[in-house]
Design a binder for this molecule. Structure first.
Ligand SMILES: Nc1ncnc2c1ncn2[C@@H]1O[C@H](COP(=O)(O)OP(=O)(O)OP(=O)(O)O)[C@@H](O)[C@H]1O
Ligand SMILES: Cc1cn([C@H]2C[C@H](O)[C@@H](COP(=O)(O)O)O2)c(=O)[nH]c1=O
Length: 212
């Protein structure tokens, strides 16, 4: 039975999720009460699945295989990491979760948001985040940002047309779950994006944010 609180960060590649999460965790200053994790990955087996999915050499990977591998990594991550932390009453912050599958596999790969949601229902036993912060940034901008500092993985290499579909997928997800998914303009300065995210967290969890 869950008693902690589950926040996920979503958005196109390069939207600034990792940067913002790290700054927020510092600001929240919650020590062991917060668990920071990521998808795909977050546990030994899930990180191995991540390597397979993102390896640019795996060009022939079928879209359904890709969707199922993300869901499989998620099931393992939940079982080993997320669920125990929530059960222990922690705040769990994950860099990506289910909505990435809806946007990337559901819309980007064209498998359908509902179909991908169904396989993830099985993988997650229906666990949805309490709050999802969607960092809203046009894919061109995100890809430009990451191009500056690292080599691309298989998904980043999928091309602008794919990433534009992913962007549309995220807009649909935000429309479908307006109570849970809150959008932040990620084209602003890092400090402003962090401030907007903190405000959303405060609104949901007024007792969590200690003195600033
Ligand atoms: N608001 C911002 N303005 C300008 N640059 C930013 C901003 N936020 C992050 N960046 C820079 O953009 C790059 C990508 O940021 P980051 O790795 O945090 O994105 P991400 O969303 O986690 O990416 P990915 O989904 O690919 O893992 C980094 O070089 C980071 O310093
Ligand atoms: C969870 C999840 C992720 N993806 C994609 C999104 C990114 O392109 C990569 C992960 O890399 P990151 O640098 O850690 O953001 O995988 C996806 O397509 N589907 C998913 O469910």
């Amino acid at each position: 039975m869950k008693s902690g609180y589950f926040i996920t960060f979503e958005g196109p590649d390069g939207a600034g999720k990792t940067t913002v999460i790290n700054k927020l965790v510092d600001l929240l200053n919650l020590g062991d009460e917060v668990l920071l994790t990521r998808e795909p990955g977050g546990s030994k087996i899930a990180e191995k699945i991540r390597e397979i999915i993102l390896d640019p050499k795996n060009e022939e990977m079928d879209d359904k295989t890709e969707a199922l591998l993300y869901a499989a990594a998620r099931a393992q991550h939940l079982e080993e990491v997320i669920n125990p932390a929530l059960k222990a009453g922690k705040l769990v912050i994950s860099d990506r979760y289910l909505d990435s599958s809806l946007a990337y596999q559901g819309m980007g790969r064209g498998l359908g948001i509902d179909a991908v949601y169904q396989i993830n229902q099985f993988a997650t036993d229906g666990l949805l985040p309490d709050l999802t912060i969607l960092l809203d940034l046009k894919p061109e901008e995100g890809l430009k940002r990451i191009g500056k500092y690292r080599s691309e993985d298989r998904l980043e290499l999928a091309g602008l047309e794919f990433h534009q579909k992913v962007y549309t997928g995220y807009q649909e997800v935000a429309k479908k779950y307006p109570e849970r998914v809150k959008m932040v303009d990620a084209s602003q300065s890092v400090d402003q994006v962090v401030a907007d995210c903190l405000q959303l967290i405060k609104e949901k969890l007024p007792n969590l944010v200690k003195g600033e």
